[in-house]
Design a protein around this ligand. Structure first.
Ligand code: SAM
Length: 713
């Protein structure tokens, strides 16, 4: 067994700097991010570095002659490996310069990285791949290694594995992740950049038909383009019976010229009116004072306080509605805001009627995502505010619009198939489904308006279902849908550009063998029955971290729509009503709430006990997953686990699970990968370092599975 590079060396500072650079600007993230929401994606640079260093050997004086000639000493070899990872120049110095300039508020007038490309954009050259193959052959006795990620999520690790030509196995329990893996790993390499024209063409065709059906619900006054409608949720004032718009503040924009809304309420009025206030006038009324604070409202009609219980009860009884309080528009003078007019309100009324008319049809043909929202850790907030079915996350016009697009998509599927043939049309349909996912994500009752950036955020701005008192609505038929078409088309183009070099050569040489170089499965990491014993050279993964993200709970938002749009293409992924929570390796106390009415052995109450059980369940599942990895890994294979968690116990548990599964930890590397500016990271005060744990199989087999370990729970 030859020692591997990662067991003694890894350029962690350069990898950390490049990983942060990769995610430095939200508009210039790798294309994977723009394809579909997935939570906790790993940086590509860290992923490729982990894989390469875990399969390449340490420098050795016994290298064959031609490798000795190329790498006369360790330093030249390490330099080459950095180059193979895509690192050019001195990213550590560049990163320091960027941070320094940011702190000082200075705009640099030169490229801090000396013009070097970002590491993840670099594809390996044929010559370097040849050298890599020679090194692998010397180390493993073969050039074609198999790499597995059984917690593959959004696919960073398998994406990089494929770019370097490894035979790649990617699986995830979650069906939404499995479809994302198909769209990220398979189609871009198989069909190349040209498919983007088809995605755009079919996206536009759908828009033409759907916007025709929807235009009367989105009237556009002459000389104006409506960008977004801003809505506030409403309850009825208990004393007057009139509507109260609920908004924590009335800011519209804090960027450049400030804009706010002034609520006009006179006793003789039947309904509130809204006035747009701009520039210095904003200080006339304090926009920081809204009608709701900490769940308690104040009626603008009477000034009385309205309890949170009343608001929740109204919401649960289906009486919480919404009202437009402003429109973000563009005119020949630039961006502006205006108050809603009678024409805008009439269009909303028409949309309500149209939805009521079409709902029975959509219910009958199964297009309506009316599955119940399971009560979970992240979803209980939805229930508190009356959103107990997935459809409830959309206002009537949002729902009418989305369902119209889904219906048109269903109508054109036969044409698509006829024109493109089965394989290509499956790919195009998948990307169209992602366009629709994006539209749903930016058009729910949780898609908030950001006055600081004067733009809309998506439903998953935070990693939860935080209730929103106000939300934005895109004008999908006018330009919103086409925006989503552009986003997905560009993401596809970006992916095919990044993935083209090595994989394309496999596809052009022999599609049948190329097909065998990538397998995607939707299975639990504790049961990889698609793989034989001792078959994999390297496993690289980034498992879930306790309760950090509840993937299954969150992804149901997309699952219910994807099931309807592409469920027929991936029947094996969409067998169930909703995603599988029971086998998910996360610590989710909500799953144990009903089992824990009394105090825990440590004297803590039911909630504490549920948390304890959830953590134990997570640990058991991780142990079962590591045992399965032990089974499929070659005796001389390597396992590299990336792990990010601030809690020390998390480390203990992970290490014990690995050791219990039969692994020995050979090295650990801290890589400073996380962006300091991520809202989620900042909020959770999560660790900004990813630790890479490098493991090998111990010669003694793992201890037998203890009773109660692994599996469900
Ligand atoms: C940290 S994420 C992986 C992110 C991925 N590396 C990326 O870059 O996008 C962990 C993944 O584990 C998946 N997962 C959770 N429990 C699982 C299980 N029992 N088997 C397989 N996958 C599971 C989740 O669905 C999630 O996608």
């Amino acid at each position: 067994m030859k020692p591997l590079l990662i067991e003694s060396w890894l350029p962690i500072e350069a990898i950390g700097a490049e990983s942060q650079r990769e995610r430095g600007a939200s508009s210039a993230l790798p294309p994977l991010y723009f394809l579909h929401v997935w939570w906790a994606r790993r940086p590509l640079t860290a992923s490729r570095a982990a894989i390469l260093a875990s399969v390449l050997p340490q420098w050795n004086a016994d290298f064959p002659a031609h490798l000795r000639e190329k790498f006369p000493n360790e330093a030249t070899y390490h330099q080459w490996v950095e180059f193979l990872i895509g690192i050019r120049g001195d990213p550590v110095k560049g990163r320091k310069l960027v941070t320094w300039a940011k702190d000082k508020g200075i705009k640099l007038d030169f490229h801090p990285y000396g013009g070097a490309p970002r590491a993840f954009t670099v594809n390996p050259s044929t010559e370097d791949l040849q050298t890599m193959g020679d090194l692998l052959e010397w180390t493993w006795g073969k050039r074609d290694l198999s790499v597995l990620d059984s917690f593959a999520g959004g696919g960073s690790i398998p994406f990089e594995s494929l770019r370097y030509g490894f035979i790649t196995y990617a699986s995830d329990l979650n069906p939404v992740a499995a479809v994302i893996l198909k769209a990220t790993l398979d189609y871009p390499a198989r069909f190349g950049p040209a498919l983007s024209d088809e995605i755009r063409k079919w996206g536009r065709r759908i828009n033409e038909i759907a916007s025709d059906r929807l235009s009367r619900f989105f009237p556009m006054p002459q000389g104006e383009r409506i960008r977004r409608y801003l809505w506030a949720r409403t309850v009825v004032c208990p004393s007057t019976g009139k509507l109260i718009p609920l908004s924590p503040n009335w800011w519209l924009s804090k960027e450049g010229v400030p804009f706010s809304v002034h609520l006009i309420v006179e006793p003789e009025m039947e309904n509130v009116h809204f006035e747009i206030i701009r520039g210095e006038e904003v200080s006339r009324y304090d926009p920081n004072v809204g009608t709701i604070s900490r769940g308690i409202a104040r009626s603008p009609w009477t000034g009385e306080t309205i309890s949170g219980d009343y608001i929740k009860a109204e919401a649960q009884a289906g009486r919480m509605a919404q009202i437009i309080y402003a429109l973000s528009i563009q005119t020949s003078h630039g961006y502006d805001f205006r108050a809603p007019t009678a024409i805008d309100l009439e269009a909303v009324h028409l949309a309500d009627l149209a939805l009521a008319e079409s709902l029975p049809r959509w219910e009958a043909n199964g297009l309506l995502p009316n599955e119940s929202v399971p009560v979970g850790l992240k979803t209980s907030e939805l229930h508190r505010y009356g959103m107990s079915r997935w459809v409830d996350l959309f206002s009537p016009r949002q729902l009418l619009t989305l369902l119209t697009y889904y219906e048109v998509f269903a109508e054109i599927k036969d044409d698509l198939r006829r024109e493109l043939g089965e394989e290509k049309s499956s790919a195009v349909e998948t990307y169209i489904a992602f366009i629709l996912s994006k539209c749903a994500n930016y058009n729910s009752r949780l898609s908030i308006w950001h006055p600081l950036r004067a733009t809309m955020a998506n439903t998953f701005d935070r990693h939860d279902f935080g209730f929103a008192w106000s939300h934005g609505e895109m004008t999908l038929p006018n330009d919103g849908f086409l925006w989503a078409v552009d986003q997905i088309t560009d993401a596809y183009k970006g992916l095919s550009k990044l993935s083209n070099s090595v994989q394309r050569s496999f596809w052009s040489a022999n599609p049948e063998t190329a097909r065998k170089r990538l397998e995607i499965h939707q299975v639990s990491a504790s049961n990889l029955s698609y793989l034989g014993d001792n078959t994999i050279e390297h496993i690289c993964l980034d498992p879930p971290y306790y309760d950090n993200v509840q993937y299954a709970e969150l992804s149901d938002f997309f699952y219910v729509w994807l099931k309807r749009s592409v469920g027929h293409l991936y029947p094996e992924f969409f067998r169930d009503e909703l995603t599988n929570k029971d086998d998910e390796a996360v610590a989710n106390p909500a799953r144990f709430k009903d089992l824990t009415p009394g105090p825990s052995p440590k004297g803590r109450g039911g909630a504490g006990k549920a948390k304890e059980l959830a953590e134990k369940d997570y640990e058991n599942k991780m142990t079962a997953a590591f045992r399965e990895m032990y089974r499929v890994l070659r005796p001389d294979g390597s396992l590299t686990v990336m792990f990010t968690h601030k809690r020390v116990e998390a480390w203990d548990t992970l290490a014990s699970a690995l050791i219990g599964a039969g692994f020995a930890i050979k090295a650990s590397w801290p890589v400073h990968t996380e962006s300091e500016h991520s809202l989620h990271q900042a909020k959770k005060n999560a660790a900004r370092s990813t630790i890479l744990l490098v493991c090998r199989k111990r010669t003694s087999p793992p201890s037998p599975l203890l009773e109660g370990e692994g599996g469900g729970g």
